[in-house]
Design a protein around this ligand. Structure first.
Ligand SMILES: Nc1ncnc2c1ncn2[C@@H]1O[C@H](COP(=O)(O)OP(=O)(O)OP(=O)(O)O)[C@@H](O)[C@H]1O
Length: 634
């Protein structure tokens, strides 16, 4: 189970009225702000200039660059030749302007070679058997440790002096960086449930790589491409300058620098022109690459716009009393998968709301979206997300971290095994409330006592592995209570615990709610537990809420066929244990395959043609109950 403080605000760029929020317009999370910054503007202008030069340079100045003038050999700067002339009297300014196309083309070729080779090498560990994968990883590690310039020079010399050798050399020097990046990104995506699921289903590794891994890591690789272009340009100029690159009669900026360098003490201006061109182009590509990376990191999804965010919908007046007000939350992933669809949820102060549904219905993603923790490359949009009456997009990380506590399934994943429990809790108070060390430690021990951990001072001085599973989960809940949470989101907090400890943790959560006045959003697939603990139950199916009702009406008031089926599938004392448990026939549609009608229609014995083609909205059906079902509400 994990308790995490949520990061700086949520990733919503726009407010409920469809107008960009102030934060979206000018705040640090705004991708637009990044593009208006000085480095972005300078980078953009420089790259644009380079592109114009590459296209128009040879057309406009091509002839001047090749015109030999025996009367103007080796001249310095003059009105006619602002950068002087070379040993054949050719105008150096014209040659610098013309060399742009060749220099940029070579840099692009080297970058593409480096990127292709690196991505291939970095992807190998994902497709090879274990031992070969380890060798591939070792090779990448060795290449990364090897000085890039030496690698480039060695390759250039081996493959023959000239532009081809230099391009290959720089490509080889760039490749290890790409390989390392690919490996790291692939490893982070490889841990995702959907990759694990594909592997379990026997999908071949190559296909897992091509379909599940590469599309999800494409964006950072493309961003790295832009930054590498600047590096390649500088590298190629360096190679030509060392005499290993472009050979006469061809010329690029590096070659012009090489030729001018011999005269640098007599007429320094002849070296200045190509040096300035290389420097400006390098700076331009680096600034642009950097801007792209920052814009992607701050885009509405927080992770780039691999998925086109759906526009937020206007949705009535804010509820001033609600602790959590979520309107029209949609979470989507590249490839058309939308596991959460236009979900709306309200939690009142001190209320315990259970979010229940089969595995894959989108419960955890809903919790993650509330905490701004939807994993890359998920895109999150909503019409409104308010915590304690405050728009989450306007809250600082500290404010959100104090107002929201999140408790996840595996407590060990929330606690750093190398740090003592008390120290970890204290850190929350130091970071979020600016408390002194001693005060923070006192508060940590107090909070551990609050969650009924026996001898809290002793356990505060222990490492997580010295605590039992139940104690660890108490410690994680205590961590959430280090702030003054208005809302605790607990995602399957007892699933990893044995039955007795489960009951203790559930009792503790209820006590915490009663004592602190915080509200609790309790996520579970177990409708029996939800019915026992919660005041109100929200039932999710295929990313949408299908029913909301008071928990005490579950047994006899549940109306949606899915809710009723969930309840019917529970064993009770009368259940014949010799027979298999009554499950719900069929399976929930995958997030990318939810059709236009009711998503439950395929499994519902009451389904009509209307259910299959038209999606029912949630409508009031009795006191504090709403149901989305044509058959129940018509
Ligand atoms: N990182 C991801 N990338 C792509 N799809 C994802 C990702 N995480 C979840 N999904 C999809 O979203 C669906 C809903 O996932 P979620 O974890 O929210 O379900 P859940 O209701 O919490 O299920 P469980 O009880 O098993 O945790 C999953 O079926 C999965 O297909």
């Amino acid at each position: 189970m994990r308790a995490r403080t949520a990061p700086d605000g949520l990733r919503a760029a726009e407010k409920e009225d469809g107008v960009p929020s102030e934060r979206a317009k000018k705040g640090p999370r705004s991708g637009g702000g990044v593009w208006r910054s000085a480095p972005a503007l300078i980078g953009g202008v420089l790259v644009l200039l380079m592109a114009v030069l590459a296209v128009a340079g040879p057309i406009i100045w091509g002839e001047a660059a090749e015109r030999i003038d025996a009367g103007a050999i080796l001249q310095g700067a003059s009105a006619e030749h602002p950068l002087g002339t070379d040993n054949l009297g050719r105008d150096l300014l014209a040659r610098v302007l013309v060399a742009g196309r060749y220099s940029l083309a070579l840099a692009l070729a080297a970058t593409l070679i480096g990127a292709a080779g690196g991505i291939l090498l970095g992807a190998l560990p994902s497709v090879l058997p274990r031992r070969a994968a380890r060798m591939a990883t070792g090779t990448v590690n060795a290449l990364v440790a090897f000085p890039g310039l030496l690698l480039a020079m060695f390759t250039a010399v081996v493959s023959g002096l000239g532009a081809r050798g230099a391009v290959l050399g720089i490509g080889v020097a760039i490749a290890p960086g790409f390989a390392r990046l690919t490996q790291t990104l692939a490893a982070s995506v490889a841990g995702a449930d959907y990759v694990a699921a594909a592997r379990m289903l026997g999908v071949p590794r190559r296909r897992v790589l091509a379909r599940h891994i590469l599309p999800n890591i494409a964006e950072p690789l493309i961003l790295n491409l832009a930054q590498s272009l600047g590096g390649a340009l500088l590298g190629l100029a360096g190679m030509s300058f060392l005499g290993l690159g472009v050979q006469p009669p061809d010329f690029d900026w590096g070659r012009l620098l090489f030729d001018g360098f011999a005269r640098i003490y007599v007429t320094p201006v002849v070296a200045l022109g190509p040096a300035a061109a290389v420097a400006l182009a390098g700076i331009g590509f680096n600034l642009l690459g950097d801007t792209l990376a920052r814009a992607a990191a701050r885009s509405p999804a927080g992770q780039g716009d691999a998925v086109r965010p759906e526009p937020p919908r206007p949705s009535g007046e804010p509820d001033p009393d609600a602790v959590l007000e979520l309107r029209d939350l949609t979470v989507s992933f590249p490839g058309g998968s939308t596991p959460v669809r236009e979900l709306s949820l309200t939690v009142a102060p001190g209320e315990i709301v259970g979010l229940v549904g089969e595995s894959g219905s989108g419960k955890s993603l809903t919790a993650a979206a509330i905490g701004g923790l939807v994993p890359y490359p998920g895109a999150v949009t909503y019409g409104r997300l308010r915590l304690g009456g405050v728009d989450v997009a306007t809250m600082s990380g500290k404010e959100l971290g104090t107002a929201l506590a999140m408790v996840f399934q595996d407590p060990m994943a929330s606690l750093n095994p190398a740090l003592k429990v008390g120290g970890q809790l204290a850190e929350v108070a130091v970071v979020h409330q600016g408390a002194g060390r001693a005060d923070a430690r006192r508060r940590a021990v107090d909070r551990l006592g609050h969650v009924r951990l026996p001898d809290p001072a002793k356990h505060a001085a222990q490492h997580p592995h010295e605590l039992s599973g139940g104690m660890r989960q108490r410690a994680v809940i205590a961590m959430g209570l280090m702030g003054t949470p208005r809302l605790i989101v607990a995602d399957e907090p007892t699933t990893a615990l044995d039955v007795t400890v489960q009951r203790q943790i559930l009792r503790l959560l209820r006590e915490v709610v009663e004592e602190t006045g915080a509200a609790l959003l309790f996520i579970s697939h177990d409708i029996a537990v939800v019915g026992e603990l919660c005041d109100r139950v929200v039932v999710m199916y295929a990313g949408r809420v299908v029913e909301e009702l008071p928990a005490d009406r579950l047994a006899d008031g549940a109306a949606h066929p899915y809710t009723r089926a969930l309840i019917a599938s529970l064993p009770d004392l009368d259940t014949d244990r010799s027979r298999p448990l009554a499950g719900i026939p069929g399976t929930q549609p995958a997030p990318a395959q939810v059709g236009t009608g009711c998503a439950f229609a395929g499994r519902c014995s009451l389904a009509t043609e209307q259910c299959r083609t038209e999606r029912p909205e949630l409508v009031v059906h009795g006191p504090r109950q709403r149901v989305a079902c044509w058959e129940v509400t018509s």
